[in-house]
Unconditional design. Structure first.
Length: 596
């Protein structure tokens, strides 16, 4: 299977809605895979206009009155990005091999273990002109783009209604995004599903030829699923295999040590999760192969099933951590996200927000209740989105207008779903809280949770609008940014070369103490456990059992990490010290819960 062609060993995951909206144009010609969010078609229409203007080509708007307008916008944008990448690759291929050229940069950034990098280093040492000319030609032919990946968050899937107030068949947000991607010209590409299973979205996959292999077993468009544990991978992989869809990659992400929406596990930590994947990878492939073969029957002539890649992301910050994940846990690749928010060459962050990200500390990146979806959300305090929300509250008009409507999912007060960050919902909910029989303290707590909801559809798009000087939503120019906690330990404004050199251990951009990624995730889960202890009704047997199970999983994770340390797989002495401190904190939380 040839869906992954990158000469690199890492990818840049999707970040927010707009932060990686055109990252492939910035990095794919250097062979780096990166991912675009395609759920926000209004932003995509704005980006279409921007790139057509940049290329001095006529821009033809795709009206909301057109059938399948969302899919059409997405298809055209992805085709546009693909063409931009192809142009840049050709420019790289024809550049002179000089100290600052793009082709030199292409090869210099490759990992040392790459055969292509070794070929390049040999080229630099050659003195024979004819031999050097021959090798130079080889190197130019070896220049390949990184993949243009796309991400669909499965939970964003509101139905769309036609003029007769009927639900449009296959017209929901996620299905239209899928259609737009499937009908694009992208090749060697991957569609990444995040946020769990969506049966109608998964069922819709089989209707597109591009998700089925050719006679050689290759996919022009592969499927990856972002998961937080092995069980989730097995369930979703089986579901798709039974419907004749092969999952080419499971992209493991830390439940809490990640950017954006955080889906906490029941206390399962990343190390033990990776171990489970490592131990069961062959079995996973066997089970999914059998189901897939049974589903497709004679429709496919695949003699040998393609591999299933296991990749991992969430909080990786050093070459040593990256190496551990690849060498010991056998990850096929790693994802480096939040540090790239500090790299203008790779992502779209406006200057004001970039400055705040550079200055951020541990206490500035919080596991918030900001998402209208009711899912916890890693969030940078002090960004302009927070100011906008607070000003509305001071005006006695909590919430926001809801121009994009992507997160309309609540029917608590209305027949038609509305967004919990909207003026309408917050007014209705506040009235309910005020007239409830809760105590004054409980009312204040509920109101505070309500007022944390933020207009993410707009806030996560405005940074690119500021950078490219267009208006996304009138009178709403605030920015929301959702880095992972790992960003607190990066404080520079980095070039692409600097960050990649850091990833491959050629330099170190960090300064000061940073806990190991496994320790940081454990610390985040302990904070989560403390919240759980405060909210658990221990007289309720089911709730008490859940708390106990969560605690036991953390303790088992600590024992696993002690074993890794004893085997010298993690060599920093501070790791064991931090681990023992975490163990003491858990014991303290449990003892306090028992006393209460």
């Amino acid at each position: 299977m040839k869906n992954a062609i990158s000469p690199h060993q890492f990818h840049i995951p999707v970040m927010g809605i707009a932060y990686t909206i055109d990252t492939p144009v910035k990095v794919a010609h250097f062979g780096i895979n990166s991912s675009i969010s395609i759920i926000e078609d209004h932003l995509i229409e704005k980006m279409r206009a921007y790139y057509y203007k940049l290329n001095n080509e006529p821009f033809l708007p795709i009206s909301k009155k057109e059938p399948n307008y969302r899919a059409k916008r997405i298809t055209d944008y992805l085709n546009l990005i693909s063409e931009e990448v192809k142009k840049k690759v050709e420019e790289v291929k024809t550049a002179a091999f000089s100290g600052t050229s793009e082709i030199t940069k292409y090869f210099e950034m490759l990992p040392e273990v790459s055969e292509l990098k070794q070929k390049y280093l040999k080229f630099l040492q050659l003195t024979d002109s004819s031999e050097k000319e021959s090798l130079e030609s080889e190197l130019r032919n070896e220049v390949k783009p990184g993949a243009i990946e796309v991400n669909i968050m499965t939970k964003i899937d509101s139905d769309q209604i036609d003029d007769n107030k009927e639900v449009i068949e296959n017209g929901s947000d996620a299905l239209q995004a899928l259609k737009g991607y499937a009908e694009s010209n992208l090749e060697h590409s991957t569609l990444v599903f995040s946020a769990g299973m969506n049966p109608r979205l998964f069922n819709y996959l089989s209707s597109f030829k591009s998700f089925h292999p050719d006679n050689n077993g290759n996919f022009s468009k592969a499927i990856a699923i972002k998961v937080s544990d092995y069980r989730s991978a097995l369930i979703q992989g089986k579901y798709l295999a039974k419907r004749g869809i092969w999952v080419s990659e499971f992209r493991i992400e830390s439940g809490l040590n990640c950017g954006g929406h955080a889906f906490a596990t029941d206390g399962y930590l990343l190390g033990p999760i990776m171990e489970e994947f490592k131990q069961n990878k062959a079995q996973l492939h066997s089970e999914l192969s059998a189901l897939y073969r049974s589903a497709v029957g004679e429709e496919t002539k695949i003699s040998e099933f393609p591999e299933i890649k296991i990749t991992v992301q969430g909080g990786i910050g050093t070459f040593e951590e990256d190496t551990l994940l690849k060498d010991y846990f056998q990850a096929d690749a790693t994802g480096w996200g939040s540090p790239f928010l500090l790299c203008p060459e790779a992502t779209n962050v406006d200057s004001e927000t970039l400055g705040k990200l550079q200055q951020s500390k541990e206490e500035d990146i919080v596991l918030s209740h900001s998402s209208p979806l009711g899912v916890r959300f890693n969030y940078l305090k002090g960004a302009s989105g927070e100011d906008f929300r607070r000003k509305n509250l001071l005006r006695n008009k909590p919430g926001s207008s809801c121009p994009e409507k992507l997160l309309e999912a609540n029917t608590e007060f209305t027949e038609k779903p509305i967004c919990t960050a909207s003026h309408k919902y917050q007014k209705l909910k506040l009235k309910q809280i005020q007239h409830s029989d809760l105590s004054s303290a409980e009312k204040a707590k509920e109101a505070n949770l309500l007022f944390q909801k933020e207009c993410l559809c707009t806030g996560l798009c405005n940074s690119v609008a500021k950078n490219y000087d267009f208006t996304f939503v009138k009178k709403m120019d605030f920015v929301t940014v959702c880095p992972g906690p790992n960003l607190a330990y990066f404080s520079g404004k980095y070039s692409l070369q600097e960050l990649i050199d850091h990833i491959y251990g050629r330099t170190n951009v960090l300064s000061g103490y940073r806990p190991h990624m496994f320790i940081k995730e454990l610390q985040l889960y302990i904070d989560y456990l403390k919240e759980l202890a405060e909210s658990t009704d221990f007289s309720n047997r089911r709730e008490a059992k859940k708390f106990t199970r969560f605690t036991q999983n953390l303790e088992e994770g600590i024992d696993y990490y002690k074993d890794l340390f004893s085997k010298k797989l993690i060599k920093e002495n501070q790791f064991l010290t931090d681990l023992l401190i975490c163990e003491s904190r858990i014991l303290e939380i449990v003892q306090q819960a028992e006393v209460a």
